[in-house]
Write a new protein. Structure first.
Length: 765
């Protein structure tokens, strides 16, 4: 009998039950999906890092490392394994594509993951193991021949296998390119035997045993401890980068941290709205069921089965919402985490399995238990007293006389305004839930659309305008002196840069020295204004200023690697920058006695002749094309946020609107009896919704700004973005929220046409 009653009650309050199920499923879906995204990424990237022996540290030296150096590093207590490693950017013959050629002497460290073809052979003198993504984009298959050029060398090899690699998990040429473009840039491994075979004998005799400029190490030591021991055994100052300072590891860990942050913000908002609305709705449903509860008591039912019966409503809602939510979560996780989706265009890994962190399952169980507790607490109050007490209809809370009612202002208000004010104060919980839903909608809209504005401003400032050149020429500093670089810059009417790595405190940072008479490279200060580099100091990025507590006018010191020199510079200003580094012009660099080697030219020249001094040429178009892909992903995420905000507001407002209609049913029947038309009563319902919408918008705008600023600080601190929200974002957010509120108000207002005045007024007060 109670089961049949359960079905009938669901039918009677279907709008409330369906809306609660939808809200809970949305909340759980977003919660599971976002947490599934970061956890799956952590597990899947961990798999390829483990399979390829991703190095914990990379030691660099311009003079290269001998086998004795490698053995000395391996002998350090705490080092698990190490290898000499080499990677150079080679050009595809008769093409503009670039391939990062990599050699690892020990494939247990910084190795490869075979996808198709022959296993890696360290003795092969004609084999290349090529990125499967690059091969797919360029129509290359196993068995094809590929010819590459690097400086004076030509490398011709047969593609023996298609691979992936932890070292190239995010395959970009440098930090200026946000997204991989496998049409024009890829990577390949070849063997140490092939490396020795292609080096001309006379050149091989000249460079000796120092072919490898990098040693990659696997160890559990912290950086300070490892650097101290490495410098002790190699007897020189070293540039050592931890895995946290590599693109592949740092960016994937950044994505994981971003996922954790997003998983702790948006799902909490959805779940909070769903649970709080559940509290209000279950209380109202049990209040409306008070007579039925009294009847059950009068028929001899004890409190326990009645409690179980009404708790089952919450349990059914929780289980149905959880089942749908888990499905939505898996769809959302798959939408983000599959090789052909958003993350697949950024990260190149062999396994795309979906995982849910175990705390999520625990939270789902606890949430369902909490929903049952809500149902229990809602009905327990109704069971107090005798059956006769329970049979009396639910009496709305009496309203005490408000002091404001005696004011002249209040007396001048029209009837509808007075009525709505009293109702808002009588049903504070419902009003608060409606307000909370509107605020949540505004937070999502302002946050999502504001992120788009911020990204568009970031792209415009840092790339469209700051990159004022057509081509960047990367020079071979081993084959060119500064005087030749100056001549080449004059030939191509170019600006130039000398970039290197230096040690500042306990970390490695980039040092960039510019000569920009043509304004081809521009620099952005903290106020997002373009500045000219002054001759009286160096400029540091915001992160360095924050970490070292530096401000304009302070001094700081830095040291080039493999030297014992230390330079002191004055802070001339603080820049917003993509990379963590120091910037100065050539005049100031010379004034502090810093020796530099020019390694980049920036020019608008369209024709650039091949030369032994030029490693490769990178076009602005190639850089911007990767940003287009990045922006497309951003647009998809923003559209999802907007849709979620609209669905959330519709469901919340409709559920609470129906609840408001139910609670005021007798009052509206009275109004109809005394002559109020349906349209007038409908306007009363709509106006209350619009009041709450106005308040919700007023609160939601600053709340959305605060959430967006928090997300920028937590998710994109390395890009040093400045929050930008345009007037269109505010206008669209306000209009969408108003339209949703108005549409829901109209839907609820139409119900007053079906009020049964006689039945409503026969109810005992």
């Amino acid at each position: 009998m109670l089961f049949r009653k359960l079905i009938r009650t669901f039918g009677r309050y279907k709008a409330q039950f369906i809306s609660m199920i939808i809200m809970i499923s949305l909340g759980i879906g977003v919660f599971v999906g976002f947490n599934m995204e970061w956890y799956s990424l952590e597990k899947d990237t961990g798999y390829i890092f483990d399979q390829t022996g991703f190095a914990d540290y990379r030691i660099y030296s311009e003079k290269g490392f001998t086998e004795e150096d490698l053995e000395a590093v391996k002998a350090i207590d705490g080092v698990e394994d190490a290898t000499r490693f080499l990677t150079v950017n080679a050009s595809v013959k008769d093409d503009t594509d670039v391939i990062a050629l990599a050699v690892s002497e020990n494939m247990r460290v910084s190795g490869l993951y075979l996808v198709e073809g022959e296993p890696y052979d360290e003795t092969s003198k004609d084999g290349l193991w090529l990125s499967d993504q690059y091969a797919a984009k360029n129509g290359i298959s196993v068995g094809d021949e590929l010819t590459l050029t690097y400086k004076m060398l030509t490398v011709t090899g047969v593609v023996k296998g298609l691979i992936k690699a932890g070292e190239f998990l995010i395959c970009v040429p440098d930090e200026t390119q946000l997204m991989p473009d496998f049409h024009s840039y890829g990577f390949a491994y070849f063997s140490p035997a092939m490396l020795e075979d292609i080096i001309p004998g006379i050149f091989r005799n000249f460079i000796g045993d120092s072919l490898y400029y990098q040693i990659n190490v696997r160890t559990g030591m912290d950086k300070a401890q490892f650097v101290e021991k490495a410098e002790e055994v190699l007897k020189k100052t070293l540039l050592v980068l931890s895995k946290d300072e590599t693109v592949s590891y740092a960016e994937t860990m950044g994505e994981i941290e971003e996922g954790k942050t997003m998983g702790s913000v948006l799902p909490v908002l959805f779940l909070a709205i769903a649970i709080l609305t559940m509290v209000t709705t279950m209380h109202r449903i049990t209040a409306n069921e008070k007579t039925q509860i009294g009847t059950l008591k009068a028929l001899g039912f004890r409190d326990r089965p009645i409690l179980r019966h009404y708790c089952s409503y919450a349990l059914v809602i929780g289980l149905a919402g959880s089942a749908l939510g888990i499905g939505i979560g898996y769809l959302l996780g798959w939408y983000i985490m599959n090789p052909n989706a958003a993350m697949g265009t950024y990260i190149d890994m062999p396994r795309w399995n979906l995982y849910v962190p175990w705390p999520c399952w625990l939270i789902l169980v606890l949430m369902n238990a909490f929903l049952v507790l809500i149902g229990y607490l809602s009905v327990r109050q109704m069971l107090k007293g005798t059956a006769a007490d329970a049979l009396r209809p639910y009496t709305p809370k009496k309203m005490s006389h408000m002091a404001i009612e005696e004011t002249r202002f209040f007396k001048r208000l029209n009837f509808g305004t007075k009525w709505n004010l009293r109702d808002l104060l009588r049903h504070k919980a419902r009003s608060a839930m409606t307000l909370f839903g509107i605020v949540g909608c505004m937070v999502l809209l302002v946050g999502g659309l504001g992120m788009n504005d911020t990204m568009q401003s970031f792209m415009q400032s840092f790339y469209e305008d700051a990159i004022n050149y057509a081509n960047r020429i990367n020079l071979d500093t081993e084959n060119i002196k500064n005087e030749d670089a100056y001549a080449l810059a004059e030939q191509y009417d170019a600006d130039w840069c000398a970039a290197s790595s230096v040690q500042m405190g306990d970390k490695g940072v980039s040092l960039e020295i510019y000569h920009t008479p043509h304004d081809y490279v521009r620099f952005v200060n903290g106020k997002m204004k373009y500045i000219t580099l002054a001759d009286d100091g160096a400029y540091i990025c915001s992160r360095i200023a924050r970490d070292y507590h530096l401000s304009e006018g302070d001094t700081f010191s830095f040291s080039p690697y493999e030297t014992d020199k230390t330079y002191t510079a004055r802070v001339a200003g603080i820049l917003r920058s993509m990379s963590e580094g120091i910037v100065m012009n050539d005049t100031y660099a010379e004034s502090i006695g810093f020796d530099y080697a020019v390694n980049m030219l920036y020019t608008n020249a369209s024709e650039i002749a091949a030369s032994d001094s030029i490693l490769n040429v990178q076009t602005k178009k190639a850089i911007m094309d990767s940003f287009d892909t990045f922006l497309e992903l951003m647009v998809v995420m923003i559209v999802l946020l907007v849709i979620a905000a609209v669905v959330l507001s519709i469901v919340v407002l409709y559920n609470l609107g129906v609840m408001s209609y139910t609670e005021r049913y007798r009052e509206m029947a009275t109004l109809k009896v005394v002559g109020f038309k349906d349209r007038k009563i409908g306007n009363l319902l709509i106006s209350q919704n619009l009041w709450l919408t106005v308040i919700g918008i007023a609160v939601g705008i600053p709340a959305g700004i605060g959430v967006l600023q928090y997300l920028l600080n937590a998710l994109a601190s390395e890009y040093e973005m400045k929050m930008v929200i345009g007037p269109v974002t505010y206008l669209v957010s306000i209009l969408l929220t108003f339209l949703v509120s108005l549409a829901v108000g109209l839907m609820v207002a139409r119900k007053n046409r079906h009020i049964d005045m006689v039945a409503a007024l026969k109810t005992e007060e």
